[in-house]
Design a protein around this ligand. Structure first.
Ligand code: COA
Ligand code: AMP
Length: 632
C-alpha cells in the first residue's frame, strides 16, 4: 500500500484520532472537550478549545526563532514597488493595527469589511481582526457598489477598511466613490471607515466618518499601543467570505478559527509539500478564498514565506513576470488559476521568456479555481519540467478536497482529473435519486458528512439556508453542486456545475445575479444568461434578451446599456460583454428556461432534444440567431 492510501485509510478508520493528532501542530490556550460533534445544531470541530489565529500565524514563529525570517513579500509591478516584512515586522504591524481597531471601538464578534487591493495592508488588517476576534469580510476590488452594499447589509459591519484605490494595468480603480456609493445604498449604516491612502491616488476623506490609516497607525506607534491576541473559541468565526449562489444574493461562507488552522496547517505540508522557511506563492487575490487560505493564513501558519503579488500574468510588463517573481524570491511551490497559464501561453506559446529565468528552486505548480484543461497542463509540464498538479476545491471547503498530495506521495497524473480525495473527504457520486452510480458514470459529486475541519460550519446568520442549500437533497451528504465521475482507479473527474454558477477566469459568478441586472433594464422583457466556452477565461457570460413589445431603440444601444449596467451593478469582474436580442427563449412545458441546451448549442456540442420542451422550433431560432451574430 502506498503512503497516500495508508494515510487516507488511517483517516477513514479513525477520523477523530487523525484530526486530534493534526491539531497538535497548533498552539491552543485551552484543549478541546470534543474533537468533533454537534453544537447548536451544527457540526463543529474542536468544541470548547481556545486559540487565536493571529498568534499562530505570527507570535509563535517570532517566539520560536523565525523573527528575522521573511514572512511576507510584496511585489507590485503595477506600481513598481517591492517590500518585505520579517515575521517580527509583520507582527509589529499587526499588533499595532489591532490596537487601532480596538481604539476604533471594534470588539470581539464585530464584523469588519475590507475592500482592499493586493497590498500588505490587506493581510495586516485581516490578521489584526483575527487578533482581537473581530470577523473580517473581504470584498474583492472588482465588485461594484451594489455588491458591496449587499454584503454590508448582510454582515452589518461596525467598520469598513478600504484603500483609496486599486490599480489595474489600464486604469486606477477609484475605491472611494464606490465605497461611498455602497454605504449610501446600504440600509445598515456604517459609521466609520479607515482609509489607506495610496500615493498613486490620494482621496478626500469625509469628516468624522473616514479616518486615515497611516495617521492612526502612527499615533498608536507613538503611544506604544499594541493589542495582545485574545483567546477565542475554536468555533468562533474568523471570517465571512461571500460567494456566488444561484440567486443574486451571495452566500456568506463562515470560517471558524480552530478547524481552519488545523486544516490549513496540515494542507501546507501534505498537499503543497511546504515546510517552515520555504517560499510559497499563490498568485490570486485576497478577495477570493485562495487568497484567504493560501496568500495569508496557510503559509503563515506553516512559518513559510508568502508573496502578495499585485499584477497580472501578462502585460505587467510581459508574460515572463511569473518567472521573474519565482526566480527573484526562490519560490518552491506556485499556485495559480489555469486561466493565468492560458494567458501566458497565448502571449508566449513557445515559452521563450521562461529561458531567461532560473526556476531551479520551483518544485511544483498547482492549479485550481476552474477545470484545468489537459492542453494547458501539458504545456506547463513541458515548459517547466516539474509536476503540474490540478486540485479541486471551493470557497465553502476552504482547502482542497481532491488533489495529488505531493507532501505525502506523488500519485500518477491523469490529465483532466484532480486525482484522489484528500483525508477528511469521503467523496461519492450519486444520481439524482440518491443511488450510487458505477465507476465512470457522471452524477452529483457529494461529500459524506461530517465535513472535515476548515470547511464552512454554516452561512452567516443563515443556518436554515445552509441546511437547505447543502444538505437537503442528499441525506447524509454535503452537495458540492459539481457533477463528475470517479473512474476505476478512484480518480475524480469534475465535468460541470449542476447549478447556474459559471466560472470566468477562475472567478465564480452567478448567472442568476446577472439575469437580475438585465431584467432591470427598461426595455428587457425576459432574459437568460449562460456561460459559453472561452479559450482564455474558461467561460464567458452571454445574455439572451427578449425586448418589450414596441421597443424601437437600436439593439446595439440596448446591448451597450446592458454591458454598462453589469459593470455598475456587479462589477468589471463579471466580464459581461455580449447581449443577443432574441424573439423567444426555449422553455420546458413548466416554464423553465433551457439554459443548458442553449449553452450546448453555443459551444457546438451535441444535445438531446429535452423531452419536456414546450416548442422545439425555438431551438432552431436560437441556433440561427447564434449563427447570425457569429457565435457559431
Ligand atoms: N479590481 C478592479 N477591477 C478588477 C480587478 C480588481 N481587483 N480585477 C479585475 N478587474 C477588472 C479588470 O480590469 C477587467 O476590467 P476591464 O473589463 O475594464 O478590462 C475585468 O475586471 C475583468 O478582469 P480579468 O478577469 O482579470 O480579465 P483581464 O482580461 O483583465 O485578464 C487574465 C485576463 C487571464 C490575465 C486574468 O483574468 C487573470 O489573471 N486571471 C487569473 C485569475 C485568478 O487568479 N483567479 C483566482 C482564482 S485562483
Ligand atoms: P470557488 O468557490 O470560487 O473556488 O469555485 C468553486 C468551483 O470552481 C467548484 O465548485 C468547481 O465548479 C470549480 N473548480 C474549482 N477548482 C476546480 C478544478 N480543479 N477542476 C474543476 N473545477 C474546479
Amino acid at each position: 500500500m502506498g503512503e497516500y492510501s495508508k494515510i487516507y485509510q488511517s483517516w477513514k478508520s479513525e477520523p477523530l484520532k487523525f484530526w486530534a493528532e493534526a491539531a497538535q501542530a497548533i498552539d491552543w490556550y485551552k484543549p478541546w472537550k470534543k474533537v468533533q460533534g454537534e453544537l447548536d445544531g451544527l457540526e463543529r470541530w474542536y468544541i470548547g478549545a481556545q486559540c487565536n489565529t493571529s498568534y499562530n500565524c505570527l507570535d509563535r514563529h517570532v517566539a520560536g526563532g523565525r523573527a528575522e525570517q521573511t514572512a511576507l513579500i510584496y511585489d507590485s509591478p503595477v506600481t513598481g514597488k517591492k517590500r518585505q516584512y520579517s515575521y517580527a515586522e509583520l507582527l509589529k504591524e499587526v499588533e499595532t493595527f489591532a490596537a487601532v481597531l480596538e481604539q476604533s471601538d471594534v470588539k470581539k464578534g464585530d464584523r469588519v469589511i475590507l475592500y482592499m487591493p493586493m497590498i500588505p495592508e490587506a493581510a495586516i488588517a485581516m490578521l489584526a481582526c483575527s487578533r482581537i476576534g473581530a470577523i473580517h469580510s473581504v470584498v474583492f476590488g472588482g465588485f461594484a457598489s451594489p455588491e458591496l452594499a449587499t454584503r454590508i447589509d448582510d454582515c452589518r459591519p461596525n467598520l469598513i477598511i478600504a484603500a483609496s484605490c486599486g490599480i489595474e494595468p489600464n486604469r486606477i480603480v477609484e475605491y472611494k466613490p464606490l465605497l461611498d456609493h455602497a454605504i449610501e445604498l446600504a440600509e445598515h449604516k456604517v459609521e466609520k471607515c479607515i482609509i489607506y491612502q495610496r500615493e498613486e491616488h490620494v482621496v478626500a476623506l469625509n469628516e468624522g466618518i473616514d479616518f486615515d490609516w497611516q495617521l492612526l497607525v502612527d499615533d498608536a506607534k507613538d503611544a506604544g499601543r499594541k493589542a495582545e491576541p485574545v483567546p477565542l473559541l475554536a468555533t468562533d468565526s474568523l471570517y465571512i467570505l461571500y460567494t456566488s449562489g444561484t440567486t443574486g444574493t451571495p452566500k456568506g461562507v463562515v470560517r471558524d478559527n480552530g478547524g481552519h488552522m488545523v486544516a490549513l496547517h496540515w494542507s501546507m505540508k501534505a498537499i503543497y509539500n511546504i515546510d517552515a522557511g520555504d517560499v510559497f506563492w499563490a498568485a490570486s487575490d485576497v478577495g477570493w478564498v485562495v487568497g484567504h487560505s493560501y496568500i495569508v493564513y496557510g503559509p503563515l501558519l506553516a512559518g513559510a514565506t508568502t508573496i502578495m503579488y499585485e499584477g497580472k500574468p501578462v502585460g505587467t510588463p510581459d508574460a515572463g513576470v511569473f518567472w521573474r517573481v519565482i526566480e527573484e524570491y526562490g519560490v518552491k511551490t506556485f499556485f495559480t488559476a489555469p486561466t493565468a497559464f492560458r494567458a501566458i501561453k497565448k502571449e508566449d506559446p513557445e515559452g521563450k521568456l521562461i529561458a531567461d529565468y532560473d526556476l531551479s528552486k520551483l518544485n511544483a505548480l498547482y492549479l485550481a479555481g476552474e477545470r484545468a484543461d489537459p492542453a494547458t497542463i501539458k504545456w506547463a509540464e513541458q515548459q517547466l519540467k516539474i509536476p503540474v498538479i490540478d486540485h479541486w476545491w471551493q470557497t465553502e471547503t476552504g482547502w482542497a478536497m481532491v488533489c495529488n498530495p505531493l507532501g505525502i506521495e506523488k500519485l500518477p497524473i491523469k490529465y483532466g482529473s484532480p486525482t484522489k480525495p484528500i483525508p477528511g473527504y469521503d467523496i461519492v457520486i450519486l444520481d439524482d435519486e440518491g443511488e450510487k452510480v458505477e465507476a465512470g458514470v457522471t452524477g452529483n459529486v457529494l461529500i459524506k458528512r461530517p465535513l472535515p475541519p476548515g470547511c464552512l460550519p454554516t452561512l452567516w446568520q443563515a443556518d436554515t439556508v445552509f441546511r437547505q442549500k447543502y444538505f437537503e437533497n442528499f441525506d447524509g451528504y454535503y452537495e458540492t453542486s459539481d457533477a463528475g465521475f470517479i473512474d476505476d482507479d478512484g480518480y475524480l473527474f469534475i465535468m460541470a456545475r449542476t447549478d447556474d454558477i459559471i466560472n470566468v477566469a477562475g472567478h465564480r459568478l452567478s448567472t442568476g445575479a446577472m439575469e437580475e441586472v438585465l431584467s432591470a433594464h427598461n426595455d428587457v422583457a425576459e432574459c437568460a444568461v449562460i456561460g459559453i466556452t472561452d479559450k482564455l477565461k474558461g467561460q464567458m457570460p452571454i445574455g439572451l434578451i427578449i425586448l418589450n413589445n414596441g421597443v424601437t431603440k437600436d439593439h446595439a444601444v440596448i446591448e451597450g446599456e446592458c454591458k454598462q449596467m453589469m459593470r455598475d451593478e456587479i462589477g468589471p469582474v463579471a466580464a459581461y460583454k455580449t447581449s443577443i436580442v432574441v424573439e423567444r427563449l426555449p422553455k420546458t412545458r413548466s416554464g423553465k428556461i433551457l439554459r443548458a441546451t442553449m449553452r450546448k448549442i453555443a459551444d457546438g456540442e451535441d444535445y438531446k432534444m429535452p423531452a419536456t420542451i414546450d416548442d422545439p422550433e425555438i431551438l432552431t431560432e436560437i441556433t440561427d440567431r447564434f449563427k447570425h451574430v457569429g457565435l457559431i
